[in-house]
Design a protein around this ligand. Structure first.
Ligand SMILES: [Zn+2]
Length: 451
């Protein structure tokens, strides 16, 4: 048999650890792994000498703004950025309009993604107060999971505790995850109003409008609901060790929980807000430096399930709405292209995180949770040929103007990073060659959970 592609001489991170083996790809899947077969065994070869060959990253929390907010990102630009960051699958969260809380909006979004994405994509459905019949249809249509927000957002229907509990009971019958943005709405509303009334409206004041207790209380409440209902719950973008400890405790009591964090909570802190300005405004907010180190300890102690970007972009003008009052800036930071390269640099290079843990946190764990494993999240015979190649020796500087995302800003401009993605392969096809996107718009595939 002639293979389509051979990746040779790489240091491959498999479930058995680091191996010096070649990978042979046929029809979009890994068909063979091992020592070299005759040199003409594959139509094409890639030499991965000196590089890590990793399962393509799975970013389970991105916002691509499409449809509805495509002045700042869309499925093409967002997935080009993903590909340039070694991400081969994104799971897109529903801050898009029309809101995908019903079948027709979900299917419309799926169609848009199919026409534009260059990496694989899965779609979260949205929860509104009374949409369980529509949620059932979206599950049939391949919704990867559902998302709800506990804080009031002008665009998203706010669910009360009774409704969240009812949705969890409903989803527990479908083995489908509910991801939750956990902040106590009443605390956030009160503190945000107080800060503004007192004129404390600079970016560095912003975190006091959303204090730690707002996140802690909401995480604890959702953990209790998860235990009560048996629903699989994912605590989105967690910033606090104390919240993660609650998750651990409730897991021990039988709740089916996972918890994620993001590069901004591992790299940035609130003292940086005076420099970052509105471009460092996100929810939950950046915390003090001490909290950042506590989060890293949680990663080393296997208390965090995965890293996600929570890529959320706005135009410069939209962000600058908060230039005189940070509370008026739309919340969110960008990083789908940088997320896992930053995590490699700060985690593996700087802090000595083992490569096996890096792989678990950047693809395997999320693939398992969202029912995409064993096709995704591992390098093994039979798995999809979704691969990221990373040169661990390249030292480079983040320049926002070089990012592939639609609007060129990030909170990481000027930062030095060790380790760079040199190739991204999706379904056996090269999508990124280290500098440019090499595949066609619409080459990415929709992924649905396989239960
Ligand atoms: Zn988000």
């Amino acid at each position: 048999m002639k293979y389509d592609l051979r990746i040779k001489n790489g240091q491959v991170i498999t479930e058995a650890g680091l191996q010096h083996i070649d990978i042979y790809i046929k029809d979009g899947k890994i068909a063979h792994m091992g020592t070299p077969t005759p040199t003409n065994a594959a139509t094409r070869e890639i030499d991965a000498q000196g590089q890590y060959v990793l399962p393509g990253f799975l970013d389970p929390h991105v916002h691509l703004n499409d449809p509805g907010l495509t002045n700042s990102e869309d499925f093409y630009t967002g997935t080009c950025a993903a590909a340039a960051g070694g991400v081969t699958t994104v799971l897109e969260h529903p801050l898009t309009f029309p809101l995908p809380d019903h079948r027709s909006a979900f299917l419309e979004k799926k169609k848009i993604g199919t026409g534009k994405a260059v990496v694989n994509f899965g779609l979260f459905g949205a929860c509104s107060s009374t949409n369980q019949a529509e949620m059932q249809k979206m599950i049939q249509d391949g919704a990867i999971a559902f998302k709800t927000f506990l804080t009031y957002s002008p665009e998203i229907p706010s669910l009360d505790d009774g409704q969240v509990l009812a949705h969890m009971k409903f989803l527990s019958d479908y083995d489908t995850v509910l991801a939750i943005h956990c902040e106590n709405n009443a605390i956030v509303t009160y503190c945000t109003a107080k800060m503004q009334a007192e004129g404390n409206i600079k970016p560095e004041d912003y975190p006091d409008g959303r204090p730690e207790i707002a996140e802690l209380e909401a995480v604890a409440r959702m953990c209790l609901f998860a235990k009560e209902t048996g629903c699989k719950v994912n605590i989105a973008h967690c910033t606090l060790k104390a919240a993660i400890e609650i998750v651990q405790e409730m897991k021990a009591q039988g709740a089916d929980l996972s918890v994620e964090t993001c590069p901004h909570y591992l790299i940035l802190n609130r003292a940086m807000l005076s420099n970052l300005g509105v471009f460092g405004i996100c929810n939950p907010p950046l915390r003090q430096e001490e909290r950042v180190e506590e989060l890293w300890n949680c990663i080393f102690d296997d208390k965090i399930d995965w890293i996600c970007s929570d890529h959320a972009t706005y135009t410069i003008e939209e962000k600058m709405a908060g230039k005189d009052n940070a509370f008026l800036a739309p919340a969110g930071v960008t990083s789908v292209e940088l997320c896992y390269q930053l995590f490699f640099s700060e985690g593996v290079i700087k802090r000595g995180l083992p490569l096996e843990k890096f792989v678990a946190l950047t693809s395997t764990n999320a693939a398992k949770r969202y029912h995409l494993y064993p096709k995704k999240g591992r390098i093994a015979v039979g798995a999809d040929a979704d691969i990221a190649m990373l040169d661990p020796h390249t030292v480079w500087t983040v320049k926002d103007e070089n990012l592939k995302q639609m609007i060129k800003w990030s909170p990481y401009h000027g930062m030095t990073v060790t380790g760079k993605i040199t190739k991204t392969i999706v379904g056996g096809t090269e999508v990124y060659n280290g500098s440019d996107i090499t595949s066609e718009k619409g080459s990415g595939r929709f992924v649905a959970p396989e239960k």
